[in-house]
Design a protein around this ligand. Sequence first.
Ligand SMILES: Nc1ncnc2c1ncn2[C@@H]1O[C@H](COP(=O)(O)OP(=O)(O)OP(=O)(O)O)[C@@H](O)[C@H]1O
Ligand SMILES: [Mg+2]
Length: 77
Amino acid sequence: MVCKIKDNGIGISPEDQMNIFERFYKVDQSRDRSQGGNGLGLSLVKKIVALHEGQIMVDSTEGVGSTFTVKLKKSAV
Ligand SMILES: Nc1ncnc2c1ncn2[C@@H]1O[C@H](COP(=O)(O)OP(=O)(O)OP(=O)(O)O)[C@@H](O)[C@H]1O
Ligand SMILES: [Mg+2]
């Protein structure tokens, strides 16, 4: 099963794409909470997908948007 989640938001730079699945990583370098969020959401999603032996990846262009793809084995759905 392949699930794609797409947005037309600000996009994510190639460097940040390598880091956004790390715990507590926020693109905003101040890492404060004024913009909301703890930098945990994507790391938790990645963990859960991995526990189901699936894969998650991101494809993004700054100023255009992002697409997150989740691949799960049929038996996990
Ligand atoms: N769709 C997106 N478009 C642009 N940037 C994103 C997108 N999703 C995540 N990011 C960036 O990746 C960072 C990490 O995302 P993540 O969901 O792990 O944490 P968060 O949203 O900051 O906090 P939390 O999910 O814990 O409430 C975000 O802070 C944001 O900068
Ligand atoms: Mg989040």
